[in-house]
Design a protein around this ligand. Structure first.
Ligand code: SF4
Ligand code: SF4
Length: 121
């Protein structure tokens, strides 16, 4: 069961998780052309080996360890994580559109600083 990145990543996106992932399944990396435009980072569910290394690396507690543990307010981002693919403009745009819809429908969460957002999930 894959790990999931959720909305505290928005506005932080520091790539600390990328640096510790042993299978390089968190995208886009800082050296990817998509990085600057990405609203958040995404975990490829088929490549994630559930090692858990990314969770303590995240300064804003954005990463959940399963689909089931992902809070109701963040469930829409499960599919965004699954859809995103570097180098695939359609998939990238689709995932980003889902994140933008999440932002628009969760103004309450977005008003909270990223470091405190997970506590409000
Ligand atoms: S759980 Fe492990 S393999 Fe999966 S994204 Fe996190 S660091 Fe990478
Ligand atoms: S460590 Fe957390 S905030 Fe930083 S990029 Fe990864 S998920 Fe986003």
């Amino acid at each position: 069961m894959p790990f999931i990145i959720t909305d505290p990543c928005i506005g932080t996106k520091d790539a600390s998780c990328v640096d510790v992932c042993p299978v390089d399944c968190i995208h886009p990396r800082k050296d990817a052309p998509e990085f600057e435009q990405a609203t958040m980072l995404y975990i490829h569910p088929e490549d994630c080996i559930d090692c858990g290394a990314c969770v303590p690396a995240c300064p804003v507690v954005a990463i959940y360890d399963s689909l089931d543990s992902t809070p109701a307010s963040q469930k829409d981002l499960i599919e965004a994580n699954a859809i995103y693919r570097n180098g695939d403009p359609d998939a990238t745009a689709h995932a980003e559109a889902m994140v933008k819809a999440h932002i628009e429908s969760h103004a309450d969460l977005m008003a909270i600083p990223g470091s405190e957002r997970a506590a409000a999930h």
